[in-house]
Design a protein around this ligand. Sequence first.
Ligand code: DGP
Length: 113
Amino acid sequence: MTIFTKIINKEIPADIVYESDSVLAFRDINPQAPIHILIIPKIAIPSAREIKGPEHAELLGEMIDAANKIAKEEGIFEDGFRLVFNAGTNGGQDVYHLHMHLLGGRKMKWPPG
Ligand code: DGP
């Protein structure tokens, strides 16, 4: 179990910006941009490496839909934003519950660090 399961179960607080039956989104505790939101499935998939297209396609679609909706609400949709999955050690993943970072409110750099 990770800290995100505790957030899903409302055992620890988070600044939740979106919730559905299968997806939760909340503000990152250590923001790397003016808008930094984590979008997670409520089921515990460890990382993007465990995603299987046929099984998880609908869930991934929901996560992107949520990101677009949140980006509109946060006023960053038109200017653009970045969606990131960190996977494993070299990907910089710290929490092993799948999460998509929604970053915006400033111009992102490329390549990423
Ligand atoms: P990653 O490095 O991709 O695994 O990103 C994990 C992110 O999760 C990191 O940006 C910080 C954030 N985070 C870790 N613990 C908590 C927490 O308890 N609450 C919130 N809101 N964010 C957290």
